[in-house]
Design a protein around this ligand. Sequence first.
Ligand code: ATP
Ligand code: MG
Length: 389
Amino acid sequence: MEHLLLVRYGEIFLKGLNRPFFEKLLVKRTREALEEFSGAEVIRGDGRFYISGYKEEDERAVIGRIREVFGLHSVCPAVKTDKEFKTVCEAAAGKLRDALKGGQSTFKVEARRADKKYPMDSMEIAREAGAFLLDNVEGAKVDIHNPDITVAIEIRDAAYCYAEVIPCAGGMPVGSNGRAALLLSGGIDSPVAGYMVAKRGVEICAVHFHSFPYTGEKARQKVIDLAKILARSAGNIKLHIVHFTDIQTEIYQKCPGEELTIIMRRFMMRIAEKLARQDGAQALVTGESVGQVASQTMQSLYVTDSVVGMPVFRPVIGMDKIEIMDYARKIGTYETSILPYEDCCTVFVAKHPVTRPRMANIERSESVLDTLGLIEASLQKSETLLIEP
Ligand code: ATP
Ligand code: MG
């Protein structure tokens, strides 16, 4: 009898010619996620994977890790036995006993026979195994229609039993849908936006604008920590920490106060696009949501986007702050995001920012700045880190 995990992945994206590509990528991502567990192996089965070889006491931790991998649909802690019916029933009884510890009482058996040479058909297996469980597992009651627990028995190359199906992150394997550059602040919204895009299989690189010494080491570390959390699902993230202070100072000194934020945001976009192109990314991603602040009105977004020549995706555009916060809690970034360190935007903030910027006015204000020179100088002082989970 061997303990192992049966892992299933989504079906929709696996149709057609791309199937081998997706499956290979998904195995690769799953293996990467399991690197921290010595001995863990991923074996490809028919439309599923098996994970085995990890230490039994690590099983819950392995499951926790697997749940973070995009493209996986569910994971079942299973036992693998030979196909002798008595052995299969004993294994199923073990799984049912474990499941009953949760205080539930009713069960049914679902059987699948992939091995057509097996002497019993799936109906017989379910019926006979059900009778065995009823006789041999204390406190177990049958409920065919609405059971607390479904004990699954699959007869294939070997027999597999499980009684628990744990949902995984879903989505598509990272690397299956190109690359995008995430503008990652230390706030709540941008990590959520990055997660949402990565979940669709997009590989992420990240750009953070740092206003040293106005924003200190703790603010920098916070962004690294957020990238690290994202990397658990999004894979390794190349993080550019861009020295932004000189640009902000220059804007502050030479442009109208109420336009500071919008001009600053245009600089962020220009720099992010430049880094995105260097990294082979085809789009930018931000955590903006319509109407949340002055720089997130339709007019502001329009004026901001007009400086870039690649798509800008804003996955949380239609979400309320409360919804974004809930999402952040679910993906584990919230606690880090709410740490109270200064963000570069709060340092150089205007008292009355324009909410309906006019393109012509903004362009005129910007014309006194040496845009290219400022960007070049700021990139010279920037650093790039590789963030691993
Ligand atoms: P967040 O919670 O993501 O910080 P926010 O609601 O505070 O968003 P803003 O501060 O206006 O909104 O920022 C809007 C978006 O611009 C952010 O979601 C992020 O994508 C990008 N951004 C803002 N500040 C930075 C920064 N210092 N470095 C990188 N990107 C930033
Ligand atoms: Mg912010």
